[in-house]
Design a protein around this ligand. Sequence first.
Ligand SMILES: *[C@@H]1O[C@H](CO)[C@@H](O)[C@H](O)[C@H]1NC(C)=O
Ligand SMILES: *[C@@H]1O[C@H](CO)[C@@H](O)[C@H](O)[C@H]1NC(C)=O
Ligand SMILES: *[C@@H]1O[C@H](CO)[C@@H](O)[C@H](O)[C@H]1NC(C)=O
Length: 428
Amino acid sequence: MQVLCLLCWAVLLNLVQACPESCECGEKYGFQIADCAYRDLEAVPLGFPANVTTLSLSANKLPGLPEGAFREVPLLQSLWLAHNEIRSVAAGALAPLGHLKSLDLSHNLISEFAWSDLHNLSALQLLKMDSNELASIPRDAFRSLHALRSLQLNHNRLHALAEGTFAPLTALSHLQINDNPFDCTCGIVWFKTWALATAVSIPEQDNIACTSPHVLKGTPLRRLPPLPCSAPSVQLSYQPSQDGAELRPGFVLALHCDVDGQPAPQLHWHIHTPGGTVEIASPNVGADGRALPGALAASGRPRFQAFANGSLLIPDFGKLEEGTYSCLATNELGSAESSVNVALATPGEGGEDVLGRRFHGKAVEGKGCYTVDNEVQPSGPEDNVVIIYLSRAGAPEAATAAEGKPAQPLSGLLLLGQSLLVVFLACF
Ligand SMILES: *[C@@H]1O[C@H](CO)[C@@H](O)[C@H](O)[C@H]1NC(C)=O
Ligand SMILES: *[C@@H]1O[C@H](CO)[C@@H](O)[C@H](O)[C@H]1NC(C)=O
Ligand SMILES: *[C@@H]1O[C@H](CO)[C@@H](O)[C@H](O)[C@H]1NC(C)=O
């Protein structure tokens, strides 16, 4: 009878102070602790008291953390999950734990991690993610962790680090990041510089080393020799250029993007015409002007031919191709862009460029050539160039007629502040 009553009592207690069967719950030093370590658990158990502040699930067999895994315990301050088999941490698994100060996810198999959940963990002071399979960290992963003092990322698969990754961690005093397979290219140089200058303690620096390229394999990052690295720069030029441009309907506009930078930047063209926007990863044609395999072109020759040497050719340049042409060069150190605004005008009638600026040609006395009013002021970025082509009306017979007698091309070049206004004048 007495034994039974004890049982009743235990059941009653359990109702008041719930605790999952496989855990022990109790209070210690004012903390509400739930200890579920070493239990072969394959899922986060249910039935915790809502005021648990410390939860240990270390050394179990958890395969992952699904969304809402800790919904029952929003007041958690310490969460221990080391030595499980966690491969992925889903979005919404950790975000509700806004009071969390210590999080240990070390010694798991994590390759998929919802980094955005960290944005809500602004109270976090200790984050252990060492000995996992993390291959990359988004640049802004730590942007809210202003209280973080210790970060452990050692023994992962990190091969690169985005510049400024650790900048938001203003309280950081300890960073462990050794034993990652770093790719020692220009993109890692900032980290070497940062690590040498920072007051943050970074242990085992000889094991923060390059895995690639082959010639640098094993070289500690802090002994990395200077690499030839420079952010991209671009310069845009165009043809017909100001000298002797003779423009007829159907001329080929050639833009050339002169790119500098180490490692060699990737080049993209962005073309905005009234008819739409075209994005081209350069090159899209081979040296013969034919579409490269894989380039999105139904016909053999794309409308805009981007060559590997940085040239963009637009055959039969017409009204439909008016617009803004930008070349964008990107490498791991940054990017640079230059734009040119191309508008086509008919002699005597003028036109409007894509930014809606009116311009019109004026007959120069006795010569039949045209000039452009100075009203057209280039605007926008400093390197923005406005090219205004004045060409003959698109009537084919006019073009034929013009071919008869040699044209007398004339060109004007006006320097306006930092920008160039290039005016092509066709004389017929
Ligand atoms: C947590 O809640 C239980 C009842 O569920 C209560 O007995 C205990 O005192 C509470 N502990 C804290 C630290 O608030
Ligand atoms: C972020 O944490 C707060 C508690 O500090 C919580 O109320 C909120 O729901 C959390 N946000 C998300 C997206 O889970
Ligand atoms: C780039 O290559 C194309 C095609 O071979 C050629 O037409 C163009 O003139 C070249 N550009 C320069 C700047 O050499």
